[in-house]
Design a binder for this molecule. Structure first.
Ligand code: IFM
Length: 457
């Protein structure tokens, strides 16, 4: 554990510390005020898809406890809050009528942050696609990109005057590969063709979304949040190094090459070009928008080795053994240096604007004992990763802020409620919130950076 004040001393005074959440993971109120189901409502209600059949029906009941939760964000001493907006609250069928009650909720959320002197960073899409759109093919259907464009316009027209930052998407990798190829997340597809179609729709939607944000609220910095993989080859043999390059193309470059260079990666296209959906004449120009910022969500590295099986599909890699023998309760390797390596690799390869660590944190499942949640391993994890961030800043990376995942324990997707990432413990029976020891540690660090005007707001 590092002393939080000493760690704070390693950052410039304008660095921002924040906390992050996502709509479906905390809001609950799944059928209220005009919200209609998303693909996650459907998926979590299908037998066998989530641990224990858990769903976001109630989650942290944040929808009904908004003020209490905003007070907690303030109590954590942070300067900025990253949250997502639920498309099925705003345009419940994905296209068609706008639901004013849904916009009202985010109005209250944003105004509540402003009243408390907390900056707002909204993500337009954190996985809750309106279920009606799945009937047309969901992300595998090109039409979803245009539905997203209208949704982005609708949100920014109403809320853009009070947002400090906006992102189009959270974690394209999860939306495309985890949800359409590996089948772990909604809609649970296991098809390379569906995944390739989703890849191009998502990239197109991102470009259209950036345009929509700029059209409706030109002063709000717009970006995207990615969980690019920190790919660590098993050895430095030529075979494993080549495998790592292929894995980079498959997991990372298929998003960042079109977004930042206006092209899909060469080896990726050599492998999958003939199975990609039609790429229309202006698509790559639309996708290739200059960004104001980008966010990286980092938790653990991906260790890979060359797969010599001639039948292996691109990128022809297999899992390799973690070299670090420290894991969080969800089984993810703890490895802070991989975060630094990944960020430097991305700045070497791409012409990137300023960045934020938009998510980082650890899953540890301990609960309160006599009112105290002693989660020292989470403090150790945060210490090491934030120290790595300080090194990046000192090394000249334009890294402007860090968001801890998460404000509070919440619905951890396919893992249901058993996996806890919060700085605040949630008792799902009573909805009681208890600030963990990690929350107190983070407060001691973060409050150093609250500017005088936010203090008095
Ligand atoms: O809970 C998720 C979040 O929704 C997206 N990033 C990773 C977190 C932990 O798995």
């Amino acid at each position: 554990m590092i002393d939080p004040k000493a760690l704070a001393g390693r950052f410039p005074s304008d660095f921002m510390f924040g906390v992050a959440t996502a709509s479906y993971q905390i809001e609950g109120a799944a059928r209220e005020d005009g919200r209609k189901p998303s693909i996650w409502d459907a998926f979590s209600h299908m037998p066998g898809r989530t641990f224990n059949g858990d769903s976001g029906d109630i989650a942290c009941d944040h929808y009904h406890r908004l003020d209490e939760d905003l007070d907690l964000i303030k109590a954590l001493g942070v300067e900025t809050y990253r949250f997502s907006i639920a498309w099925p609250r705003i345009i419940p069928d994905g296209r068609g009528p706008v639901n004013e009650a849904g916009l009202d909720f985010y109005d209250r959320l944003i105004d509540g942050c402003k009243e408390r002197g907390i900056k707002t960073n909204a993500t337009l899409y954190h996985w809750d696609l309106p279920l009606t759109l799945a009937g047309d093919g969901g992300w595998a259907a090109r039409s979803t990109a245009y539905a997203f464009q209208r949704y982005a316009q609708t949100v920014m027209k109403r809320l853009g005057d009070r947002l400090d930052m906006v992102a189009t998407f959270n974690e394209p990798w999860c939306i495309v590969w985890l949800s359409h190829l590996y089948g772990v997340h909604a809609p649970g597809e296991k098809s390379i063709d569906a995944a390739l179609a989703a890849l191009h729709t998502l990239n197109l939607a991102h470009g259209l979304g950036v345009e929509a944000c700029r059209q409706e609220a030109p002063e709000v910095p717009v970006g995207i949040v990615c969980n690019h993989q920190a790919i660590e080859p098993a050895t430095d043999s030529a075979e494993d190094m080549a495998a790592a390059e292929r894995a980079f193309q498959f997991h990372n470059a298929c998003f960042f090459d079109p977004m930042l260079k206006g092209e899909y990666p060469e080896a990726f296209m050599a492998a999958y070009g003939d199975r990609m959906p039609e790429i229309e004449a202006d698509d790559l120009t639309t996708i290739n928008q200059k960004l104001d910022w980008w966010g990286l969500n980092y938790y653990f590295p991906m260790r890979i080795a060359h797969d010599g099986n001639p039948e292996a599909a691109f990128p022809a890699v297999k899992d390799a053994t973690p070299v670090n023998n420290v894991f969080t309760d969800i089984g993810w390797e703890v490895n802070a240096p991989s975060l630094g390596k990944l960020v430097r690799q991305l700045y070497d390869r791409y012409d990137l604007p300023e960045m934020y660590i938009t998510e980082n944190g650890a899953c540890y499942n301990m609960g309160p004992v006599d009112g105290v949640v002693d989660d020292t391993p989470r403090i150790d994890y945060l210490s090491d990763h934030i120290a790595e961030v300080a090194d990046l800043v000192a090394g000249g990376i334009p890294l402007k802020g860090y968001y801890a995942w998460s404000l509070m324990d919440n619905f951890e997707w396919a893992e249901g409620y058993r996996m806890r990432f919060g700085l605040i413990h949630v008792d799902y029976e009573t909805q009681e919130r208890t600030i963990k020891e990690s929350g107190k540690w983070y407060k001691a660090l973060a409050e150093t950076f609250r500017t005088p005007d936010t203090e008095t707001a």
